[in-house]
Design a protein around this ligand. Structure first.
Ligand SMILES: Cc1cc2nc3c(=O)[nH]c(=O)nc-3n(C[C@H](O)[C@H](O)[C@H](O)COP(=O)(O)O)c2cc1C
Length: 337
């Protein structure tokens, strides 16, 4: 396992991408991932403690965080186009990515969003595109391939964050998507140690797209007490409740218990979304020290095998150990020849 299509397309050392995570990314963290050989991605509210209120504020705060990231790494990094659900803001973000020379764009596909014009603009500008459907299907993967996506992410229900609307686990979705297309596939959802990486490759993926495993790291901006809580918890501790568009998972905070109770009483998805306080609930649960019970703590099923707070580099070295070993052998052979 040396270089493969993913490392070549993205211009990185190892085929590992850090998925954008609302509130939980900033320039320091993203640069740490890219400097460690993966691809870091800024996410919604990167580096912020309050969500920007206007499109102008969103664009200027993102531009500032992009520039800070560029100052901390000369390696490629990426950004998603969905930082807002407003179509014209997405268009402005596409322009920002191109103007600032961000090398990789994540096209998240959500219902009702026509991402085709964005894909065309990125292709014309030479920005690499990673396509990730909210709910992956062979059809939406094939469509992305036809439109010129460089890489497709197959996300299983095990993931942290907004999970796919269909309850199909990572083991079931990755081979199905890999069979459907010929461009490279990355596996996402519950991958938090080298066994998950090896399994992903065995299932037909050529790399991994991770979130949760990089949260309890020294460089992440999450509240320290929440990092420790993730280390101390297992998948069995997680609560699952309905929300928009489908379901959500949280460690058992007071708010998460209330949401489960509301769900059991038959509350609608919209009522549950409102009661979860949307993105603010994540900020309270994960970013602001001491307020976890007022919000929710979003993580994937991979938490069971996260046992300590480590540096980003240590996590990536661990997950990518087979690639690192192959690259060392290749290097030695090359020098001996
Ligand atoms: C706290 C948290 C916030 C997330 N926020 C976003 C987001 O804003 N946009 C997005 O496309 N994905 C988001 N995700 C999903 C990640 O990009 C990635 O797909 C996911 O974490 C992979 O699964 P894993 O957590 O099991 O590794 C989030 C995930 C987490 C854990």
């Amino acid at each position: 396992m040396q270089n493969n299509r993913i490392t070549q397309i993205l211009g990185i050392q190892y085929p590992i991408v850090q998925g954008p995570m609302s509130w939980m990314t900033d320039a320091k963290f993203v640069a740490a991932v890219s400097n460690a050989g993966g691809l870091g991605m800024l996410g919604p509210n990167a580096g912020l403690m309050k969500a920007p209120k206007t499109t102008e504020a969103l664009l200027s705060t993102m531009r500032a965080e992009i520039r800070k990231t560029k100052a901390l790494t000369d390696k490629p990094f990426g950004m998603p186009i969905i930082l807002s659900y407003d179509f014209s803001t997405m268009g402005a973000l596409v322009d920002l990515i191109i103007e600032e020379g961000v090398q990789v764009a994540l096209i998240n596909q959500l219902d009702g969003i026509d991402y085709r014009p964005f894909m065309q603009k990125f292709k014309a500008a030479g920005v690499k595109t990673i396509f990730r459907a909210g709910t992956p299907t062979p059809q939406n993967a094939r469509e992305a391939e036809q439109l010129g996506a460089d890489i497709v992410v197959a996300t299983g229900f095990d993931e942290g964050g907004t999970v796919p609307s269909q309850v199909i686990g990572t083991f079931s979705i990755v081979p199905q998507i890999a069979d459907a297309i010929s461009i490279p596939v990355m596996a996402a959802g519950g991958i938090a140690d080298v066994r998950g990486v090896r399994a992903s490759l065995a299932l037909g993926a050529e790399g991994v797209f991770v979130g949760t495993v990089l949260l309890p790291t020294v460089e992440n901006r999450m509240a320290e007490s929440v990092k420790q809580r993730i280390v101390d918890s297992s998948a069995q501790d997680l609560l699952l409740y309905r929300t928009q568009p489908a379901y959500y998972r949280s460690l058992p905070t007071r708010l998460a218990h209330e949401l489960v109770a509301m769900d059991n009483r038959g509350a609608s998805r919209d009522e549950l979304l409102e009661a979860s306080k949307g993105g603010y609930g994540m900020r309270l649960g994960m970013l602001e020290e001491g307020r976890a019970d007022e919000g929710y703590i979003s993580v994937g099923n991979g938490i069971s095998y996260i046992h300590e707070i480590r540096s980003v580099q240590a996590v990536i070295n661990d997950l990518m150990q087979d690639f690192a070993a192959a690259q060392t052998t290749q290097h030695i052979t090359h020098h001996a020849a």
